[in-house]
Design a protein around this ligand. Sequence first.
Ligand code: TEU
Ligand code: CA
Length: 556
Amino acid sequence: MKKQWWHEKAAYQIYPKSFMDSNGDGIGDIGGIIQKLDYIQKLGIDILWISPMYQSPMVDNGYDISDYYAIDPIFGTMEDMDELIAEAKKRNICILMDLVVNHCSSEHPWFQEAMKHPDGRYGEYFYMKDGKDGNPPNNWRSYFGGSVWEKLPGYENKFYYHSFAKEQPDLNWENPEVREKIYQMICWWMEKGLGGFRIDAIMNIKKDLTWRDLPVDGADGMGAVHKTIERAEGIGEYLLEMKHRCFEPYDGFAIGEAMYLTEEEVKKYIGDDGYFSSIFAFEPCHAHRKGEMYGEYQWPMPFEEWRKETFGNQKILGENGFEANIVENHDQPRGASLFIPEEDYGFYSVTALAVLMICQRGLPFLYQGQEIGMVNRQWRLADFDDIETVNQYHFMIDSGCSKEDALAACSHHSRDNARTPMQWNDKKNAGFTNGTPWLLVNENYKELNVEKQEREYGSILNFYRRLIAFRKSEEYREILTYGTFQPLYEDTKSIFAYKRELEGQRLIVICNYSSQPAEIELMEDYENVVFVNYEQTTMIGRKLQMKPYEVIIYEK
Ligand code: TEU
Ligand code: CA
């Protein structure tokens, strides 16, 4: 495998609305991110992905873009953005912007024109189709619920296509003019000195152009649109074109939000000749999803399935390329809530989860607040902001769920859990804003915040700093980056363990992922303990006595 500049790095995602507000309007902004760059640098981060900050009506918090060449005023100005890129660079941090090009906003001038003249030039920028006697052309359900088809205002039987909200019309990638416009825009941003892009919802750009119905999978008589992804062929051609035109010339880092891939396909997406530099490893985080509704997701994460999916992913990748490992992002509940039973939450469980994630093969990708152990909050229906959550609630009610059950499922799985403001200190609004925050702060901020954890050597934050420093240290950087991955104790209950190996050097990660003590028979003698989350480790002969959520890394 060819070595790349980003292989040995650590990455961090910012959800800008919720990170830091610098002007008191209750919304995080670029000025706030600049204020916190030293904090991010001290954590050991080299790559910073920021969710969309382009001009947007904010129906989906910026994932609906009305001008790709402008910064939305709620976040600041283009000068602020240039300053952010420059200030980050001074700290050896590169910025990834979010590339949302499966769709734009219904307020984008292209779509405004298309609505006026669906048969004209801009109509070709989108997917417009005739319905069936005033009904949608097929039964596909959009990601956020309801049909993927929306009637064009003023027409009886003409519809446009949207994979997500109706305010997010899908762009027609079959049209070379659309692709050209997109590539020009990406290059324009790369010229500004970005490190690269995170590429949103990219699997959806290639449609199943037969548009045939899906098998019904819900009470609404529809089928989930993601099931058409495997039917669509030829996405690789566009992805390679984009790579050659936009990323290769700048040695840019491109990380795709690609899911629903088969084993064979994954190999085409990453590695030396892959469509992208890397993609996110979603399978382990989605192992609790058993259906299309929040109500069908398990809570908390079933351990066996999570471990199996992790090992499965690592095996598929082999030594061919890197996925980015995550425990959470802005679309998921908090990792410390999903992966840890509520009664077990604490320093040991959170740090065990951190070690398991960060020492795997792949790029460690953190999400804001993960480094202090932020968790889900309690919700009332009226307090949700997220379009997906609100739609899921109604989807569940329409499917016969009780109000209590629907609210409970939304409280667990809502994307708003990850979007509550970052907890900086124990002052008003957790130090996030002087104004009124756009989304509720988690009530636990007095106990759980950055400032408090800065002061305590034994805090989750300081543990994360040591762990990232360990991952990037002279001694272990190579093995943790390029070493092979081999599962251990695969059939042992509650034990999550693996071996990393490179040119005779070996690291063994063993974790008792449980609230009960466990005894493990080691396969060999290991003298050198190199990383732990408890002060004392207990070994009797070759028997390792593990405390609840204890994690140990041995070197051999
Ligand atoms: O998400 C793509 C996606 O497939 C989502 O449906 C995701 O699986 C789901 O929200 C998980 O609950 C991307 C962005 O990450 C998301 O924030 C946007 O809402 C979406 O695209 C539309 O741009
Ligand atoms: Ca602000």
